[in-house]
Structures are given as structure tokens and as C-alpha cells.
Design a binder for this molecule. Structure first.
Ligand SMILES: *Cc1c(COP(=O)(O)O)cnc(C)c1O
Length: 456
């Protein structure tokens, strides 16, 4: 029988995270304070984030040690398998070798647990008792609820209202792990009350929920805020994915030509690909493909400039690809891909030409998910289906051109809580949606013009 999966032993769980900041040819532009528009200092961030996470956020060190307490929790499901998708290859009649890293194995069902565990640990270690956060589709809230439970912390989750209504099982999972869940916008915060006053029927958005969660964190001394994507320390924690993949590919006797991930805030893509970027910087020919939905085309149609991380402009300004902080995405089913911005590290890598964006419509992604479930057996999250579509497009190109290639994608999570979306797909109720250019331009026109000054 030819090799199908490589499963590493527990002792091969990585002992250090890889920090891309050490190797990028250009430094990240500074993050700016929303009041003064000057670079933020660690002291500015102390009321919001755990100190060690702030240190990691700004760290230039290439390797950062993973504390044993974190590795012990990760070992509940890591290392995750790397699987050769032989049935999918056969169905596509492609000479390409397709591999996927299966991050659906974590108890909450996605890669997000990797950083949730690290963030809960560093907060608990400095005496924080309670964490707040926002969640879109519910994956991050579930991951954080699970992680807080492991370290005895309280967890308060603001869940985007439309998802709160559409995804009851994610809500139940959060409750199971002790998380407190509030639909956002809520009346519990000033930001929520403001938004509700302007538009009582708003479906909510990640940007609004972030405003609420940050506000709820700074109100109390024993509370900090956590973010499931976008920030540098989140990208860092996710690199266990790529570091394991590198070893597993070596056991297969292979090395990637193309690596693919879906992108919401960029973290599962970064986790898979960042440990391989040094090879490209040294001249090796690898492509890194970041896939996003046509309905939220941050990298393909947004601009690389300073913007706020949230809707009500409470967060610092970050230089990133953005559709504008006032972007309210259409209710597509890949809820986890509906953020207006993109991780600054992924954004800079795109700007430098190291990473190429690609956008797909939701229907072609659901179709890819169905073929993947039929051939490889796993029902993927709608977010993940974008990466699968990307891998299929690359594999079909190999077939048409009659060439081999090693294609690796990240299976960021399973779709067992998203079956309602698949039902609607089968009933023919889902439509493709192209985000209108005039909406993008209107949202971008609201951004402060800081780029001339800062990037000169
Ligand atoms: C949240 C989520 C994503 C998107 O977030 P990233 O930070 O871009 O990884 C992708 N897939 C799944 C399963 C998710 O839960």
C-alpha cells in the first residue's frame, strides 16, 4: 500500500514557534495609536493584552520557546496528521500530489485552538481571571471557551448576531466549555448601544463585535481581550502547523511547489506557510496562494494602507490590506472569512510579492467541498472549502499542462456545525455575490490618510 498519512509522535510536537518578522526583507510599518496617530508603545497595549503577548507581537526574535504547559494541552490532539489526498487526485485525474494538513482534529474543530491555548496560558500566568473576545461563525469563540476551561479562566464572547442566530450548535459548544455568549451588537457596551441606535436590525459584523469585546475588557482590571487572528502573535502561535508539515513532508520524501490556505484574518494560511517562506527568500521556487471569497476580497480588491481593526475606531491603526473598517459584508456562509482587514504580516508578504491572493465564489467552493467529502471523507468548514477549491484549480492546471507538482493545503476545520449551510446549498438557495466596487470605494474614502507620512 502506498503512503497515505504521516502521523508524528507526541515527542515531535514543535518546541518553538517561528517568527516571520525576523526574516522579512522589510520591517512591518509601526502600529499607530488611534488617539495620537503615533506608534503605539507596549504600555498603551497593557490594558488590552497580556504582557507576554505584547512582547511577542513586537518581537524580532526568529524562534520563540513554547512553554511546556501549552505543549501539554496541544498534545491532546497534536501533532495533527498530514494526509496525501490520493482519492481526490484520482477523481481529478491529475499528476499532481495533493496533501492536506488536518487541523480539524482539535476538540473545537479548527486550527484556532492553537492560539487560543497559548493566549489563555499567558493571560493566566500573569494573573488575569477573565477573557473577552468576538466571534463570527463561532469557531474562535468555541476555541477560546475550550482554552479558558483548560486554564480555569472565565470567557465572555460577543458573537456576531447573524451567526448567533444561524449557528446554534457553536453556541452550545461554547456553553459546554463554560463560555458566556452575547449576540452583538448588544446593549452591554457603549459601542453596541451606538450601533443599535443607528440601525436596530443590523446583522452585526466582526468589526462591531471587536469594538464591544475591547470595551468590555478595558472596563475591568482582571480582564483582557483576545483576538483569534490578524495579530502577529496569533500568526506566530499557528506556525506549529507548518513546522509539523515540514517534517511530515520529509517523511513522504516530498517538498511543496504550491502551498494554499483560505484567508479570513490570515492565521491558518500564515501557520501553514510562514515556516516555508525562508526557502523562497533563499531562492527556492515555491508559490504561496492566499484564497479569499469574492464577497470579501480584501487582498484582491482592497488597498494596502492604515486602517482601524474595528468599526467604531477603538483599536490601533494597522497597515494592512483593507476594504475599510465600515465594510459590512453580505451574509455569505463562510462567516470566518468576512473580516475587512488582513494580518499585517500576510499583507506585507503580499505587498512584497511573496504571497499571491486568489478569490473564489461561494458556489464553486461548496462544490469543491462536496467532492472533497466524497473522496477524502471529511466534511470541511465552508471557510476551508476555499482552500480546497484553490488546490483543485492548481491540480487541474497540472493535469492540463501535463506536469507534476506537490500541492499542500491547510484543512483549517471541519464543517459539522455548518450543515445548515450545506443544506441551503443542496436546496439551491445560495447565490454568488460580487462585492460592489462603489461600496469598496465608499468605505476606503472614509480612511484617515496616514500613508504618505508613514511610508515615505
Ligand atoms: C476562522 C477560520 C478561518 C479564517 O481565519 P484565519 O485567521 O484566516 O485562519 C478559516 N477556517 C476556519 C475553519 C476558521 O474557523
Amino acid at each position: 500500500m502506498s503512503g497515505r498519512r504521516v502521523v508524528l509522535s507526541e515527542s515531535e510536537l514543535p518546541t518553538r514557534w517561528y517568527n516571520l518578522q525576523a526574516d522579512l526583507p522589510e520591517p512591518l510599518p509601526p502600529v499607530l495609536h488611534p488617539g495620537t496617530m503615533q506608534p503605539v508603545t507596549p504600555a498603551d497595549l497593557e490594558p488590552i493584552f497580556a504582557s507576554e503577548l505584547i512582547r511577542q507581537e513586537m518581537s524580532p526574535e526568529r524562534w520563540i520557546e513554547i512553554p511546556d504547559a501549552i505543549r501539554e494541552v496541544l498534545a491532546m490532539w497534536r501533532p495533527t496528521p498530514l494526509v496525501r489526498a490520493r482519492n481526490l487526485e484520482r477523481a481529478l485525474q491529475t499528476p499532481a500530489r495533493i496533501y492536506f494538513k488536518d487541523e480539524s482534529h482539535s476538540p473545537p474543530g479548527s486550527h484556532k485552538t492553537n492560539t487560543a491555548v497559548a493566549q489563555a496560558y499567558f493571560n493566566q500566568a500573569q494573573g488575569v481571571r477573565r477573557l473577552t473576545t468576538e466571534t463570527g461563525a463561532g469557531q474562535w469563540g468555541t476555541a477560546l471557551s475550550f482554552a479558558c476551561k483548560q486554564f480555569g479562566l472565565e470567557c465572555k464572547v460577543f458573537m456576531v448576531k447573524v451567526s448567533y442566530e444561524q449557528k446554534p450548535y457553536r453556541r452550545s459548544m461554547m456553553h459546554m466549555w463554560g463560555g458566556q455568549v452575547t449576540p452583538s451588537p448588544s446593549k452591554e457596551t457603549e459601542s453596541g448601544r451606538q450601533i443599535l441606535a443607528a440601525d436596530p436590525d443590523t446583522p452585526g459584523s466582526l468589526g462591531i463585535a471587536i469594538s464591544e469585546a475591547v470595551e468590555a475588557a478595558v472596563q475591568r482590571d482582571d480582564t483582557r481581550y483576545t483576538l483569534g487572528s490578524v495579530l502577529n502573535h496569533v500568526m506566530l502561535h499557528q506556525t506549529v502547523i507548518g513546522l509539523e508539515t515540514e517534517r511530515q513532508l520529509r517523511e513522504f520524501g516530498d517538498f511543496p511547489d504550491v502551498m494554499i490556505g483560505c484567508c479570513g484574518g490570515g492565521s491558518n494560511f500564515a501557520g501553514l506557510t510562514f515556516p516555508f517562506i525562508p526557502y523562497k527568500l533563499k531562492g527556492r521556487d515555491i508559490r504561496f496562494v492566499a484564497v479569499e471569497p469574492c464577497s470579501c476580497p480584501t487582498m484582491s480588491r482592497g488597498q494596502f494602507r492604515y486602517d482601524f481593526g474595528d468599526t467604531t475606531k477603538l483599536t490601533p491603526l494597522i497597515k494592512m490590506y483593507t476594504l475599510g473598517h465600515s465594510f459590512v459584508p453580505p451574509g455569505i456562509h463562510a462567516g470566518g472569512l468576512r473580516y475587512h482587514g488582513m494580518a499585517p504580516l500576510v499583507s506585507l508578504a503580499v505587498k512584497l510579492g511573496l504571497v499571491e491572493p486568489m478569490a473564489f465564489h461561494q458556489l464553486e467552493c461548496f462544490e469543491a467541498a462536496q467532492l472533497f467529502a466524497a473522496t477524502e471523507g471529511i466534511i470541511p468548514a465552508p471557510e476551508t472549502s476555499h482552500a480546497i477549491r484553490g488546490a483543485m484549480v492548481e491540480a487541474q492546471r497540472c493535469r492540463d499542462e501535463g506536469r507534476e507538482a506537490c500541492i499542500v493545503f491547510n484543512l483549517s476545520g471541519h464543517g459539522l456545525c455548518d450543515l445548515g449551510a450545506y443544506d441551503r446549498y443542496f436546496r439551491g438557495e445560495l447565490e454568488d455575490y460580487e462585492y460592489p466596487q462603489e461600496h469598496i470605494e465608499a468605505a476606503l474614502a472614509e480612511l484617515p490618510d496616514l500613508d504618505e507620512v508613514r511610508t515615505a
